[in-house]
Design a protein around this ligand. Structure first.
Ligand code: PLP
Ligand code: ZN
Length: 475
């Protein structure tokens, strides 16, 4: 907070700064700096606010009133409608393409599947964002920061949705070039086609996501390219708004549970930060519990949190236990593998922040199989919204926690549907197909044995009577 000048092109260094999340380090930096790690200790950094100086709104009514001002682009955006809760940039510098017009929907059908009362299960459908995933919430905030620091090129490593989002922002704004790093063979067509269609430079690396992540960090540091992966603390500021909208959808009542798939753990970290801040400024008086759901084939957080007892522990997160886990993983050549490609990650970059979020929200971590993920996905689809495989991990996880009795039958549960149904048509088609070869090729080799809720296409002769009979039979 060294600089207190605020002309309209400078970051709000008077009220916001960056700080290392490790309490024993707590090094601070201006919001005008570009960091992917603390330069003192190598840990993750947060964006933090001087709430006393900011004097944030003391009632949710303030935000509700913005609905009547929707021609104002900041009031229109589902992210920047909550500008007062993420004021690191002057209003004039805010970048938005209308993200965050998303929906909290009660789903009686999915509630029944999970084992809850008909009015107890809510789906937060982030697939309604411009590029079809929740990543747009974070990208608008990262781009706001990138524009403040005058970046001309932006890069990310991606399992698909971050790259689609980055490419969408770059091409909409026209001011920045996108460079996308992807691993080989692990990206769904829906997502890759977006990046190509939006005109991004797409670099396919002979390696997996974690390799692409390591290389993009090196290359962006060397070339001065702005990195928009979720190690970027500004991204997580935008993703806090998902929780603000969930609360908005519930009439500002805090639910009992938030259930979210965990990949690089940016979302879960952002949610924990959102609730900690809302409690600090007095807009809520209790926080929900947080459940982070891994795929069984990509379960680093589950292993560390539930099996090896790693905790936030005021920043003393047992780095030796974590390192030992990665050493074992490498020596056994274990690599993440799941149909839920968006969470197919070995080394989640936001691990320490997620541990902090689990601490804030009395959290639990579970793992679910590809079979459970795809069956849950089919129930979500039949419930009307649909989602991509990774998203359905939240619903499969809620069902598991309900079966275990951790979630009570009367609890109010919000599952985050992180990405759009059309992101991964290959997985959806393989599940609903009658073609055993197609099923085996995509799903069977991942240990999926049955398409429990398959909705098969019915073949029929090109004949009116036959068609009528068929509809009478199945309709
Ligand atoms: C990125 C992504 C995730 C994982 O989110 P993290 O913040 O990395 O944990 C889950 N689902 C979808 C659809 C995603 O795009
Ligand atoms: Zn530090």
């Amino acid at each position: 907070m060294a600089d207190s000048s605020t002309t309209c092109a400078t970051p709000r260094t008077d009220v916001a700064f960056q700080r290392c999340i490790s309490p024993s380090c707590a090094a601070t930096y201006g919001v005008d700096e570009v960091l992917v790690a603390c330069t003192a200790c190598g840990g993750l950094v947060d964006v933090v606010y001087d709430w006393d100086r900011l004097g944030p709104p003391d009632s949710w009514k303030f935000f509700e009133n913005k609905w009547s001002a929707r021609r104002d682009r900041l009031a229109f955006s589902g992210v920047w409608r909550f500008y007062e809760l993420m004021q690191f940039a002057p209003r004039d510098n805010v970048v938005t393409i209308g993200e965050g017009q998303t929906l909290l929907q009660r789903s009686a059908g999915v509630a029944e599947f999970v084992g809850l009362k008909p009015d107890g299960l809510f789906l937060q459908y982030e697939g309604m964002n411009p590029s079809g995933s929740f990543k747009d919430n974070g990208m608008s905030a990262a781009f706001t920061h990138a524009s403040l620091v005058g970046a001309r090129q932006a890069a990310c490593a991606s399992t698909g949705n971050t790259s689609a989002s980055l490419a969408a922002y770059c091409s909409s704004l026209g001011a920045m070039k996108a460079v996308i790093f992807i691993g080989s063979g692990k990206i769904s067509y829906g997502k890759l086609s977006q990046a190509l269609d939006y005109g991004a430079l797409t670099v396919q690396i002979a390696g997996d996501f974690d390799d692409a992540m390591a290389r993009v960090k090196e290359v962006s540091a060397e070339m001065g390219i702005y990195l928009v992966n979720s190690v970027n603390p500004f991204r997580l500021e935008g993703q806090k708004s998902i929780m603000f909208r969930v609360l908005e959808g519930l009439g500002w009542e805090v639910p009992d549970w938030i259930v979210v798939p965990g990949g690089n753990l940016g979302n879960s970290s952002a949610f924990g930060k959102a609730f900690a801040e809302l409690r600090e400024i007095g807009l809520i008086d209790r926080v929900p519990r947080l459940a982070v759901i891994n795929a069984t084939g990509a379960n680093t957080l589950y292993q560390l949190y539930e099996k090896r007892g790693v905790r936030w522990n005021d920043g003393a997160t047992a780095p030796d236990v974590i390192e030992q886990y990665y050493v074992e993983m490498d020596s056994e050549a274990r690599r993440a593998s799941t149909i839920a490609s968006a969470i197919e990650i070995n080394r989640p970059v936001n691990l320490s922040k997620c541990l902090r979020a689990l601490d804030t929200c009395d959290g639990v971590v579970r793992q679910v199989s590809d079979q459970e993920i795809l069956d849950a996905k089919a129930r979500v689809g039949a419930g009307g919204l649909g989602c991509e495989p990774a998203s359905a991990a939240s619903v499969a996880g809620a069902k598991l926690l309900r079966d275990e009795g951790v979630i009570a039958p009367s609890d109010r549960v919000v599952c985050i549907l992180t990405g759009h149904q059309l992101k991964d048509p290959t997985a959806t088609m393989a599940y609903h197909t009658t073609d055993q070869d197609q099923f085996n090729e995509v799903l069977g080799k991942r240990g999926v044995r049955r398409a429990t809720f398959a909705n098969r296409a019915v073949t029929v002769a090109n004949d009116v009577d036959e068609i009528v009979k068929t509809i009478q039979l199945y309709g």
